[in-house]
Design a protein. Structure first.
Ligand code: CP
Ligand code: NVA
Length: 317
């Protein structure tokens, strides 16, 4: 990957691995506090925080791929914190007609205080971050999905207490979401067992990075082994946005489906998470995702609470 010259004074949120463990923890605790405060004070979803901590801030959100949760949670997070957001789809921007990402970043930096990007390529995110003079947020790339996994850590801790020392099992494609889980395993000091076919293993550079940084990350081809002793079992779609070989993926990854037989190998009180959108009876059976161990709706709602904390961290609040 190109070694981009990122400005150290910028509070970019590009990956969980690009911030410190203390900052990652601060974001989780801030999200818990904001969520509790909103519940205690019975805030309605359209209301603005009485202190409007982001009242002077504006966020541009660029989407090169579809989104439901990320788009709405960031837009509502900015609204609830008193800020302004602008949603941009690449096909109705000059970006979609070939204007360079670096020129786009430079121009937007003159209009807004932060830029969030859901990009086809991680390289584009890094290129934009290099040119942007305001903080950049990774809202999913082909490489990683850090905002999602910060919400997952928050969700885990709400249900099972501190994630430190706990075991998380991933069964399925070693994709962008799995990569951010590997980053999180290092920063939050939990164990992560990833089960996937060899061809679908997370990038070696990421696994190597985790091992070099003391991460307890293992990769196996056996989902049954991965889930033993797990406090949480996770999967994601077998066909991510941009994947082309759909039929082959469904066939190759079918043995990694999370179903009730697999959940029985995990701890009795293990929770099930999925970033959504889900495909019932592909990567997970309906009885698991809609069953008592599933915490997917809390996980989805927590995108809102964690986005607030990520935004406040980016703005130094
Ligand atoms: N989990 C997630 O990022 O969902 P969206 O694609 O709907 O934003
Ligand atoms: N791995 C999925 C996550 C969607 C939120 C994708 O990239 O499409």
């Amino acid at each position: 990957m190109t070694n981009y010259n990122l400005k150290p004074n910028h509070r970019h949120f590009l990956d969980i691995s690009s911030i410190s463990a203390d900052d990652a923890r601060e974001i989780i605790e801030k999200a818990k506090m904001l969520k509790k405060e909103a519940a205690d004070q019975n805030h309605s979803k359209g209301s603005v925080h009485p202190d409007a901590p982001l009242q002077d801030q504006a966020l541009a959100m660029i989407f090169e791929k579809p989104s439901t949760r990320t788009r709405v949670s960031f837009e509502m997070a900015m609204h609830q914190l008193g800020g302004k957001s602008v949603v941009l789809q690449n096909y109705d921007m000059q970006l979609g007609r070939g204007e360079s990402v670096s020129d786009t970043a430079r121009v937007l930096s003159g209009f807004v205080d932060a830029i969030m990007l859901r990009a086809n390529s991680h390289e584009a995110l890094l290129e934009m971050a290099e040119t942007s003079t305001v903080p950049m947020i990774n809202a999913l790339t082909d490489f990683s999905h850090p905002c999602q996994i910060m919400a997952d850590v928050l969700t885990f801790e709400e249900h099972r207490g501190s994630i430190t020392g706990k075991k998380i099992a991933w069964s399925g494609d070693g994709n962008n979401v799995a990569v951010s889980w590997i980053h999180a395993a290092v920063l939050f000091d939990c164990e992560l067992a990833v089960a996937c076919p060899k061809e679908y293993a997370p990038l070696e550079q990421v696994v190597g990075w985790a091992k070099n940084n003391g991460g307890k990350v293992s990769i196996t081809e056996s989902p049954e082994d991965a889930v033993v002793g797990a406090d949480c079992v996770i999967t994601d779609t077998f066909i991510s946005m941009g994947d082309e070989d759909a039929e082959k993926r469904l066939t190759d990854l079918a043995p990694y489906q999370v179903n009730s037989a697999l959940m029985k190998n995990a701890n009795e009180d293990a929770i099930f998470m999925h970033c959504l959108p889900a495909h019932r009876d592909e990567e997970v059976t309906a009885d698991v995702i809609d069953g008592p161990q599933s915490v997917i709706w809390d996980e989805a709602e927590n995108r809102l609470h964690i986005q607030k904390a990520i935004l406040m961290w980016c703005f130094g609040k």
